[in-house]
Design a protein around this ligand. Sequence first.
Ligand code: DSN
Length: 427
Amino acid sequence: MPTSDAPSLSDDLLAMLKEADPEVSRILAGERDRQETTLELIASENHVSTAVMHAAGSWMTNKYAEGYPGKRYYGGCEFHDQVEDLARNRAKKLFGCSFANVQPHCGANANIAAFMALMNPGDTVLSLPIKAGGHLSHGLKVNFSGTFYNVVDYGLDPNTELLDYDEIEKIALACKPKVIICGYSAYPRTIDFARFRAIADKAGALLMADIAHIAGLCATGVHPSPFPHAHVATTTTHKTLRGPRGGMILTNTEELATKIDRKVFPGSQGGPLMHIIAAKAVAFGEALQPSFAEYCRQVVANAKTLAAELKSRGYRLSSGGTDNHLMLVDLRGRDAALTGADAEKWLEKSGIICNKNGIPNDPRPPMVTSGLRLGTPALTTRGLGESEMKRVAAWLDEVMGSKGDPAVCAKVREEIRAFCADFPLPH
Ligand code: DSN
């Protein structure tokens, strides 16, 4: 990783843009500065490598390539076929499966195509609702999933805040869903994919694992793999997997592969974003390196340290801690009056970026909440380790303990700005 004063491709980019479009140049420079001088604790975000970022901004953006390698609706796709094949092959190797579709523009699009491949409108899908840590594309009423499918919820055990597999089995046997979804946006614990498959088999259902959050951990064995258990796995490529913003669908089930391809294109998307597919290929190549497994192990070690530090300062963690890259901090443990919305705002002023998040069974509405979701993928990419996590916990507590006192926020902001200079972004 270059040091912050080394010449960089992004300096060249900004210099060129300054000539071509000073307004956009100013905005991009502001965003680069924001990222460089703040601590990114949003569990679903990361910092991509220079190679990934620039592949995403390459010549591949100029091309229509509807179809798949060898079967396109446009001429001139020689190199697009090569890069998509490379991305697919690297994805299969990473996740130990026989099929990958790398065209979904995002995780929600991957889920649309997967739903269409696995079910007909009106079929029953069993999933964890968003208020308990699931994703909106798993069945929220206002989303395509809740609009076109019959959604049945399972919950978390109200005492342990863990998945209750016996209860999920009972519900599955009663509602006989076509598909069961596991994999979440705010669940800090290991998912037992084998147990989910056993439940699916008993209920005559297909198992869909949405590993958007934990994909990097699954690819490196830091979290168990969804394969061979899931019939289909969907994911984003930009969270723990540290690729460009996008989605992907994986399977080992031969008869589903063609259906998935058809439901991505022409079923739900038009032209693939070939520049993003090129960047996915680069990111998957990086994720196949041993250093990426080391990175993922450090992500989890950092999360465990941050969780332990926060607990020692009086915060309650949903489910008591974390096994993965994220934690749900129940602020009421520290002070019953604290809300996620206030904390998010105060922390942003201080240079710590995170998101408010409901705690399971949270009495407060989603725009207020009693919690914060914190994750360590981005900080770990910057090179922060466990000793730095203690420092981060101390800053979090200082800001929240002061109830966002402007003087405290301003002081912490300057400390974080100075601290960040030692952990430059890839650029
Ligand atoms: N918005 C993502 C997250 O933050 O988890 C899920 O799509």
